[in-house]
Design a binder for this molecule. Structure first.
Ligand code: DX5
Ligand code: ZN
Length: 222
């Protein structure tokens, strides 16, 4: 079984201690850093811009996994890739021509990801599978850290994984990421249901020792 990737979410880190907290999770074995971009329209909150991605790029060599929760993703793909994002995911619910944007992300040399809100069916990926490097299955309604995990996500993860594996032309390497309410209590079940990347905000940076919390999540995911 391939290694499960762990992606601590910067949204929950203490920005006053950004450098130390990033170093702590990197030392503890984080695989990616997840960076949530919120525009106050697609989701109620505002978060970061490309400047933070540029700063993170200077602080760490970990791949930066940018999650765009924005109304107009077409406008933001290039600035975030220029700032150092290794992958960019945008929401299907926010994009009229997802195939075009997925291809554009790949053409810029980044991992192309598509995020699905909890109420968007797994089946909506059906005609897009060859374009996907990553699917982000939201397990909370996006917008805030530390929300409770929605249990209906478990069967949805399995359906997404099965759909990707069955689709002709789909990249077998396409990763399935789960985002929202992930922690040691549900990690094992999420991996068993088909998750290959676990995003974790509160369960890592919300803890007094983020490095130890990452190690605990790694053990729980086994
Ligand atoms: C939620 C964001 C998540 C968030 C997860 O809208 O997309 O990435 O940081 O935080 P936790 O792990 O605390 O639910
Ligand atoms: Zn996210």
């Amino acid at each position: 079984m391939p290694k499960t990737l762990l992606a601590p979410s910067i949204l929950s880190c203490d920005l006053l201690r950004l450098e130390a907290q990033v170093a702590a999770v990197e030392r503890a074995g984080a695989d990616w850093l997840h960076v949530d971009i919120m525009d106050g329209h697609f989701v109620p909150a505002l978060s970061f811009g490309p400047k933070l991605v540029e700063t993170l790029r200077r602080l760490t060599s970990l791949p930066l996994d940018v999650h765009l929760m924005v109304e107009d993703p077409d406008r933001w793909v290039e600035p975030f890739i220029a700032a150092g994002a290794g992958g960019v995911s945008f929401h299907l619910e926010a994009c009229r021509h997802p195939r075009r944007l997925l291809r554009h992300i790949r053409s810029l040399g980044a991992r192309a990801g598509l995020a699905l809100n909890p109420a968007t069916p797994a089946d909506s990926l059906r005609y897009l599978t060859p374009e996907l490097d990553l699917v982000v299955v939201m397990s909370v309604d996006p917008g805030f850290a530390a929300q409770p995990f929605l249990p209906e996500t478990l069967p949805k993860l399995s359906a997404v994984r099965a759909g990707l594996d069955a689709a002709a032309g789909a990249r077998t390497a396409c990763l399935v990421e789960v985002d929202g309410g992930v922690g040691p209590a549900n990690a094992k079940a999420l991996v068993a249901a088909g998750a290959s990347v676990l995003v974790a905000g509160n369960s890592i940076f919300g803890q007094t020792d983020p490095g130890a919390a990452l190690v605990a999540l790694r053990q729980a995911a086994r």
